[in-house]
Design a protein around this ligand. Sequence first.
Ligand SMILES: Nc1ncnc2c1ncn2[C@@H]1O[C@H](COP(=O)(O)OP(=O)(O)O)[C@@H](O)[C@H]1O
Ligand SMILES: [Mg+2]
Length: 415
Amino acid sequence: MDLQQIKQRFGIIGNSFGLNRAIDVAVQVAPTDLSVLITGESGTGKEVMPQIIHQSSARKHGSYIAVNCGAIPEGTIDSELFGHEKGAFTGALSDRKGYFEEANGGTIFLDEIGELPLNTQVRLLRVLEAGEFIKVGSSKVLKTDVRVVAATNVKMEQAIKEGKFREDLFYRLNSVPISIPPLRERADDIYLLFRKFANDFATRYRMPAIRLTDDAKEMLLRYRWPGNIRQLKNITEQISVIEQQREINGEAITKYLPYHSGDNLPAIITDHKKEESDFSNEREILYKVLFDMKNDMNDLKKLVLDMMENGGVNAQGEHAQIIQKLYQSEDGDFVPNNNNVQPMPYSQPVHKEHHESIQDTEEFVEESLSLADKEIELIKKALDKYNGRRKQAAVELGISERTLYRKIKEYQIER
Ligand SMILES: Nc1ncnc2c1ncn2[C@@H]1O[C@H](COP(=O)(O)OP(=O)(O)O)[C@@H](O)[C@H]1O
Ligand SMILES: [Mg+2]
């Protein structure tokens, strides 16, 4: 496969030298079993590299397991990676295979490798050097044949100096380094990426794509992008959803480009590296809610305006459709406020009760405009649906269990 084919297959946009070079090294190193360490600031697009390596290697029919070392609690990471024996610790009710056993014959991607606890680093070094590991609570040495690709956004040299990362492991992992340049050094890619994301969000939210005036383009190019492509993607989504105008000028775009002095990271990723994906998930949900509500509002306005002009609601045709749409919940069920309300309860001219219905609706809209309320409502619904089982509820909500837990506490949701 040549470079263009790889980019197409993995959805990679951009043509800058640094990016092409990184992909090229990934493809070259793929057929070997060498360990690869991918470095690059947060949001530069590290996650696709191990997939390219796996898919271009002889292991492509084996399993590919991605592990975010920063997201697994220190107490369970050994067991997750290497498995445990029944009774190894409280709660170990049966034997469990670890990822290194599961991925035998395949590839493991260890993301945020800098977060790996020191004792786990010892186990990892052994597996890399000898293909051997021992399950937690066992004494039996097992064998596995796994290709390891790791990634980090922290300066490993610093971590080594501070005694947080073993030097021997670093050299072992770093057999082949791949570094992904920050977005600000890939100026030619910025606008390409923007256009791609703008089109994606236009499709997702079913509206025309935003375009940039020349001065807005200029601002994108000159911005520092501390959160790199992830930030560009998030900002493009925000603008797509929030701005009414589809043509975005320089003034409009500055609102979305937070100012950073020196090399500060943007507020959203400072100490919350691990929460990043939660953030974007939540934001996505909120945008969807916001966007749906905006549409509902517009529909309502239209309905009211029409009624004022024509003095009534027609039970067929466009009004009926609007009303039906307004009463439809996301999964397509009707959610009438009481059992008597039909999707099309309105007959000819406006009686008093119609005024009341409209007022009800307005009240309803006003209430739901609070994102927090909407969020609480969604969380309650999800918890109800799964009888209070948080894991499933979190999956349905598209947030992590931890975030759900936090929100339940924050909003004091009782279930
Ligand atoms: N070259 C690219 N083309 C298209 N999307 C990209 C590119 N690089 C990164 N992305 C997108 O940007 C986001 C962040 O990338 P990711 O690989 O998660 O970054 P990180 O380096 O922090 O692991 C993801 O949504 C990813 O799909
Ligand atoms: Mg990442």
